[in-house]
Design a protein around this ligand. Structure first.
Ligand SMILES: C[S@@+](CC[C@H](N)C(=O)[O-])C[C@H]1O[C@@H](n2cnc3c(N)ncnc32)[C@H](O)[C@@H]1O
Length: 194
């Protein structure tokens, strides 16, 4: 599928892909920063990955998706977009991949965090190690349908909301990061490693 088709398929079938204003913002970030290496957690169908690669010709993307079907479809979509030589799609659980990347001393200029929201806070220490100085961590959906900014969450959302609050607290209070929070779409944070 082309990226426009991915978007309309995703909207029709309730597949969660990057929303329009967040997508515009992410594209501006890659255009300006020209990251050489990007790590994406949560490939889905490759929509955000295609956007990032199309907006920065110098970038190589490592993208992680644990669902087999989605990673297969993403590969086809990257192929159709003519981007296969600039992307590695890893079909594995993100935590395992992140730990391996740390072990192998890999570094990235941009990390786009768009995987399981309840895991952001667990991933954070390792993601920090994976960033080059001056690198950027872009975390999507940090307000989780607005629930993170409201008071006491309902039982079924409680763990995820508390974990996202903890993530926001850590990332905004970490002196090694300069962090900006955006109340756009479902909320996202942009953190520069000093
Ligand atoms: C919000 S979607 C990503 C959307 C994509 N970045 C885009 O905008 O086109 C989140 C994705 O993370 C994947 N995911 C969930 N848990 C995961 C895990 N533990 N490891 C890797 N991927 C995971 C889901 O299967 C889903 O496709």
């Amino acid at each position: 599928m082309k990226k426009e088709e991915i978007l309309s398929f995703a909207r029709k079938n309730w597949v969660p892909v990057l929303r329009d204003r967040s997508a515009d913002f992410l594209c501006e970030v890659v255009k300006k920063e020209k990251p050489k290496k990007i790590l994406e957690i949560g490939t889905c169908l490759g929509y955000s990955g295609i956007l990032m690669l199309e907006n920065s010709q110098e970038s190589f993307l490592v993208t992680v998706e644990k669902d087999v079907e989605k990673s297969r479809e993403a590969l086809q979509n990257f192929s159709q977009a003519g981007l296969l030589d600039r992307v590695e799609v890893i079909n594995q659980d993100a935590m395992e991949v992140i730990q391996n990347l740390v072990k192998n001393e890999q570094k990235f200029d941009l990390i786009f965090l768009d995987g399981p929201k309840g895991q952001y806070v667990k991933y954070l220490p390792n993601l920090k190690q994976l960033l080059n100085r001056g690198g950027i961590l872009f975390a999507d959906d940090i307000y989780y349908h607005g629930l993170v900014k409201q008071g006491y969450p309902k039982h079924k959302h409680r763990t995820i909301v508390y974990r996202l609050r903890e993530f926001i607290d850590l990332i905004t209070n970490d002196k090694e990061f300069e962090t900006f929070l955006f109340d756009i779409d479902d909320g996202f944070s942009l953190s520069y490693l000093k």
